[in-house]
Design a protein around this ligand. Structure first.
Ligand code: URA
Length: 281
């Protein structure tokens, strides 16, 4: 029996004790917070909130993030990538062997964040910390990213963060064209699902998707309309940490994001959520 399914049943039993009047809502919530599941394979800790939202504390991290256990996605009934939902993408990436990078990764990093949402940040690929935690941008670049988001009143959990490549290239080398191609379908589908008004490219490889041959020092912070979105190229946070001249430029570009979201709202087509979907939320 899948341990996550067993865990769901345990949580349901605790919630039922509250519905029956045996325990109060406060007691239920306290019990649920203490009812945690340790993932034996990765050392992550999971919990399931009273509202049915899964949270994960990755091995090596101190923060809880909303996530979904890939082991609850049935790998035998997966549609084509172009039809997957966000959980199926995470499972497919987790199991992916489409390029040689899978052989050396510890963990694949699908990306994280709400679906849909206004902003999607696209970085390059996992480094060592990301490869350990299966989360994007958790090292020094991630800290800077959180600071930049904080400057515009956004939390990291309000934006979707992904990379052009889902597995760490050995020694953090640049991804090869075949490796980028092997990940492309996943990112394309994530973009459809997240349906952001604004895409921020962070680094050369995500910039090249939209601005082939461009130089970041010439075009950073200048949005381009692509379909019903704006794409804004920005310096990679790691580059801004290395080069003190670029950091203020990155800060300034980030500060203009609310303005870009407003501009894109005038032509962006929102995701239509059916009443049937709403009742499942
Ligand atoms: N740099 C990236 O481009 N992506 C990450 O996830 C981490 C560092």
């Amino acid at each position: 029996m899948n341990r996550f399914i067993e865990f769901e049943a345990k949580v349901e039993a605790i919630k039922a004790r509250c519905t029956n009047g045996e325990i109060s809502e406060t007691e239920r919530d306290a019990i649920l917070r203490q009812t945690q599941l340790r993932d034996e394979q990765w050392g992550d800790i999971w919990l399931l909130s009273p509202k049915g939202q899964w949270f994960r504390k990755a091995n090596g991290s101190t923060s809880w993030i909303a996530d979904y256990p890939v082991l609850l996605v049935d790998p035998t009934t997966m549609p084509a990538v172009a039809e997957m939902d966000a959980h199926q993408i995470a499972r497919a990436v987790h199991d992916c062997t489409n390029c040689p990078l899978h052989a050396e990764r510890r963990r694949a990093v699908p990306g994280e964040g709400p679906v849909p949402t206004d902003i999607m940040l696209i970085g390059e690929g996992p480094g060592s910390h990301e490869d350990q935690q299966a989360r994007p941008f958790v090292g020094a670049s991630g800290k800077l990213l959180e600071e930049l988001l904080g400057n515009i009143g956004k939390k990291r959990t309000e934006v979707f963060i992904a990379n052009v490549i889902k597995c760490r290239p050995p020694g953090n080398r640049d991804p090869l064209p075949d490796e980028l191609a092997a990940c492309r379908n996943y990112l394309d589908r994530q973009l459809e699902l997240v349906n952001p008004k604004v895409i921020v490219t962070l680094g050369r490889f995500s910039m090249a998707r939209y601005f082939p041959g461009a130089s970041i020092s010439k075009i950073h912070g200048q949005p381009k309309r692509v379909g019903d979105r704006l794409v804004v190229p920005m310096f990679h946070p790691a580059a801004a940490l290395r080069n003190p001249n670029w950091r203020p430029l990155l800060i300034e570009d980030f500060r203009r994001l609310p303005e870009f979201i407003k501009e894109a709202a005038s032509f962006h087509k929102e995701t239509v959520i059916s009443t049937e979907q709403i009742s499942l939320l």
